[in-house]
Design a protein. Sequence first.
Length: 283
Amino acid sequence: MLKKLSLILLAATTSFTVSARDFSDVKIETSKAAGDVYMLTGPGGNIGVLATGEGLLLVDDKFAPLAEKIENAMKAIVDQDLKYVINTHYHGDHTGSNSYFSHKAPIFAHHNVRNRLKSNDSLTKDALPVVTYDKGVTIHLANEEVQLTHLPKGHTDSDTIVYFKNANVLHTGDLFFEGRFPYVDTNGGGSVDGYIANVSYMVNNFPDDVVIIPGHGNLTDKAGMKEFVAMMIDTSQQVKAQLSAGKSEADILKAGVAQEYKALSWNFITEERWLKTLIAAYK
């Protein structure tokens, strides 16, 4: 039942969006992060690109209708062959173009990405990662060392963060929603406490001057990540205290979050939905 519900939620947040939208006028924008690493933005999750004279590496690939636009944007940086693709987790706004790019380069991901995509009957075999791992793996391309690390039970149970060591750039996948409340996919193996622990791990284990490509939002830095995890800790503690005091869900929703956090509400994870996520985690 949980697996079925998770697939329904995934369809609601990705497939419906694709079928309901015309992507023909969409532009994929390119921003330099640092070194040979770039961020591509547009509908769906943020993409990371390592562009070298020896080939390209792609982190996440948005929605299927955008595949050729993504490829053109990559090759506009450096016109080289695609060597590797990485999925940071299984959601369709990060893996939607797998079927296109899998014919050009092998896809790397945590075991659970393959398992969850494989359980989706609407996907074909060529959408699946072909290199999977438990804790992580390192890819060497040109002069860059690309470190893939699995962090468990956060946004989902399939999350990988990608660190470009020489460029000092970190792609967090959806373990960081810059400037907005996060989505914790509890039906996909995620948890609030695990999410907080994983963001805290990133804060504590990467250089202070690291450049950060979030799963959604603007290119940012560790200060932005610290604000993000501080918000999660603060709102979690507030909800725990209210529940301990016997407050009902209605009471907590009426009280809302602190004024400083209200601007983090967005179309998918509103203030109300974030509070309901916390209530479900701690009641």
